[in-house]
Design a protein around this ligand. Structure first.
Ligand code: OAK
Length: 752
């Protein structure tokens, strides 16, 4: 392996020990670039294109060093020179190309596709300011532009790529590449990120994410998910989507031809996975290109494209199922609108069920387009797929049962244990041998479930992770976490269905209980993290409630020593890598039926946290694997919830009136508390929870409180808890994204 000292001398004229962390970071990034440049792209006739509006990559240095097999050596050489890899890595800026679960899943998938040696690339956009950077000011979320693109770009290239024809003008794209390395592989894949020639960063001020949404020729790739609360914003999203898929389609065709396709056999050369509906217009765009630029007959083009596109659904929330007015698509690309009309007419001719039409009342249902003209529809956890088949998409399931399949999500072990929790990876190596790193099989741990040496080593691993997390929280936002605190974590986008508000109500209950003299045996630290969409008022209100509670409790000397509430500012992949290994309790408390899968549940489990959950998404599969006693479940079942919605019979007020619940909800608006925060926000949230509570937090609240108390009690039996931790880790192998990707390939992609 390269002597880093020699590298340092030639790059900076100084020995390694004299480099700043920043210099060491740049030097290692260059080393990785050089090594990956030498790798050949994964070969194969049929190539996968994973198109996604988001790729939530996280920092890349450690992950790349792990995949190149350099990690241990680099770490040791740095240590010998008095440097620390984790401090060096802090200098790396995290790319801001994603928002939540779907984006992080795409990043895990790229890692696994490369690791399995499959030929497959990601395609997305190079957003200059990403989603947004979250700051807390006066206990409220402030959304700032996240100018992540700096001098130390992880991006390579930037060559002019394609012309994208919009109705009134044509733009040119630039193509950037991030190499995607597989674990222990000699080949690489790529993430292809398209940008706009002429994009103008100066449209965005430093202190806000407001910008002129109509300046499409200059703003197209500035932000991920531009605010769609007005028509200009919605139109901009359609422009962005068309820009993304037109580039994707042109790239796919060019590469297929390069590999020898005559385009009549295109489906043998390319398969496209569309990550939720954002890339759906790739279907009409591929058809348009085959027709207009390659003289193919419409029917043949439709036939070919319908054999090479597969769709993944990531949510059943109605507001996230994209529907665009045909008139918008017409304004962006009349050719695409015309093709969608023709595709719709074929469906209308064959099926009279209104539920399966593509265009309804002038609105295009993107998912319907993807289902009719694709080979596969998949959900992301068993329960989610069942709900798609039996209710949300049942009309389609009746027509095309063979297209439906489940692919339970997964996470890459390279990032979510080897990268973020090296002491745990080491313990797994010494206990099981290192095969788990490639097989993902951790079940051998079960043989050690009563082995005191392993259990105590596991306790040391957790203590170590807590130390790193405490240092991170101190550095990040000056928070002091007690050394012996139980760490209870809910990190994910802020959304009513995920029910952060329910955990906030528990906190109020616990606060009052401690005030009444019931002091817990050890301090409890409850940590939240997550961003709220800037236009989503109630989600902003929930953040405000959490932050106000945090301040309120910290200021109460009776309670502060026993209960602490923290919210991580600007929760991102890096923060997740610090929090998840340290967690004792994983909060997965969505209203049953609403969380498609969840993936943090898998990351927590892999790192030995015990799950406290509703039977929603992949929690159901976790519960089946670990068995009773190793997980805590509560709340209404998805069937009950679906029934309540169908009957319209959930009455928040009847729960609110219960004295025990009223006390907690009304705490939000008690005069002392409200004086500390924004009366407008707290009243609005109060009234929403007491009067509407669309995601039924009050329905499950009493049972949640009871079960949570049981969890904290059980935590005190340290021996029994360590065993639960071990059992959870032992069963986490099922959730390796290598398993998920092998299934996608076996059932849908058939690459090679
Ligand atoms: C984002 C935008 C539109 C539609 C869905 C999403 C999204 O992030 N969904 C999440 O996808 C994850 C990966 O499949 C799931 O684990 C989450 O449950 C789901 O909310």
């Amino acid at each position: 392996m390269t002597r880093l000292n020699d590298l340092a001398l030639s790059a900076y004229g100084r020995p390694l020990a004299d480099l700043s962390n920043q210099q060491a970071c740049s030097m290692l990034q260059d080393l990785v670039k050089e090594r990956s440049a030498a790798l050949a792209p994964t070969a194969g006739k049929r190539r996968l294109y994973y198109i996604s509006a988001e790729f939530l990559l996280g920092k890349l240095l450690t992950n790349n060093l792990i995949n190149l097999g350099l990690y241990e050596d680099v770490k040791a050489q740095l240590e010998d020179a008095g440097l620390s890899l984790s401090e060096v890595e802090e200098c790396e800026v995290e790319p801001s190309l994603g928002n939540g679960g779907l984006g992080r899943l795409a990043a895990c998938f790229l890692d696994s596709i490369a690791t399995l040696g499959l030929p497959g690339d990601g395609i997305g956009l190079n957003y200059h300011f990403g989603l947004f950077r979250q700051k807390f000011v006066q206990n409220q979320q402030l959304a700032l532009p996240d100018a992540w693109l700096g001098e130390e770009d992880v991006l390579v290239g930037g060559r002019e790529a394609f012309q994208v024809p919009f109705a009134d003008f044509t733009v040119t794209s630039k193509l950037y590449t991030i190499d995607v390395l597989g674990y222990g592989r000699k080949t690489k894949n790529r993430l292809r990120l398209f940008d706009l020639v002429g994009v103008d960063d100066t449209l965005v001020p430093h202190d806000s994410i407001e910008f002129d949404k109509r300046e499409v020729r200059r703003n197209l790739t500035l932000f991920l998910y531009p605010d769609d609360s007005d028509e200009d914003g919605r139109l901009l999203r359609v422009y962005q989507q068309y820009f993304m898929v037109s580039n994707a389609a042109q790239l796919i065709l060019a590469e297929a031809v390069e590999r020898g396709s005559n385009l009549h056999d295109l489906a043998d050369y390319a398969v496209v996975q569309i990550n939720d509906t954002h890339p759906t217009m790739v279907i009409p765009e591929l058809i348009r290109l085959l027709e207009e630029e390659h003289d193919m007959a419409f029917d043949e083009a439709v036939n070919i494209v319908s054999r090479m596109v597969a769709y993944t659904n990531h949510t059943i929330l109605a507001e996230a199922l994209e529907k665009w007015p045909l008139a918008f698509i017409e304004r962006v690309s009349p050719q695409i609108a015309a093709i969608i009309r023709k595709l719709d007419a074929r469906i209308a001719k064959n099926y009279d069920d209104p539920a399966v039409q593509i265009i309804q009342d002038g609105v295009v249902h993107m998912a319907h387009l993807a289902i009719h003209y694709g080979i596969s529809v998949n959900g992301v956890a068993a329960l989610h797929t069942k709900i798609l088949e039996e209710s949300e998409l049942s009309s389609f399931y009746r027509i095309y049962p063979e297209k439906f399949n489940n692919k339970t999500n997964g996470i890459t072990f390279r990032r979510w244990v080897m990268g973020c929790n090296p002491p745990l990876a080491h313990l797994l190596d010494t206990t099981l041998g290192s095969e788990w790193r490639t097989t993902g099989d951790l079940t051998g741990l079960l043989d050690h479930a009563d082995d005191q040496d392993v259990l105590s080593a596991l306790a040391d691993v957790k203590a170590d992770a807590k130390g790193r997390m405490r240092a991170f929280m101190l550095e990040n936002q000056g928070a002091h976490i007690p050394e012996d605190a139980i760490i209870d974590v809910q990190v994910k986008r802020i959304h009513e269905y995920k029910r952060q508000q329910m955990l906030a109500l528990y906190i109020i209950w616990k606060y009052l209980d401690i005030k009444n003299g019931n002091v817990p045996p050890r301090p409890i630290t409850i940590v939240f993290g997550g961003k709220a969409a800037p236009a989503y008022t109630i989600a902003q209100d929930i953040i405000h409630l959490i932050l106000t509670l945090s301040t309120w409790i910290a200021n109460d000397p009776d309670v502060a020593p026993h209960l602490q509430v923290l919210m991580v500012e600007n929760y991102n992949v890096t923060a997740a890598e610090h929090l998840i290994p340290a967690a004792d309790i994983s909060e997965q408390i969505s209203l049953a039926s609403k969380e498609a899968s969840g993936t943090s549940n898998m990351k927590f489990m892999l790192n030995g946290a015990v799950t406290l959950c509703t039977l929603d998404g992949a929690n159901v599969e976790i519960a089946d694997l670990v068995g009773e006693g190793n997980i805590y479940t509560f709340g209404a079942s998805s069937e009950e919830v679906e029934r309540l919605y169908a009957e319209g019979s959930y009455d928040a007020r009847s729960y609110y009136r219960r004295p025990g619940i009223k006390l907690l909800v009304d705490f939000m608006t008690n005069p002392h508390f409200i004086a500390m925060g924004s009366a407008e926000r707290l009243r609005r949230l109060h009234d929403d929870v007491a009067g509407k509570d669309w995601f039924m937090a009050l329905l499950d609240l009493e049972e949640y409180i009871q079960v949570k108390e049981a969890v904290y009690r059980d935590f005190e039996d340290r021996g029994a808890w360590a065993r639960k931790e071990l059992v959870n880790i032992a069963h986490a192998g099922t959730f390796s994204s290598d398993r998920t990707i092998a299934q996608y390939n076996g059932d849908i992609w058939h690459l090679g």
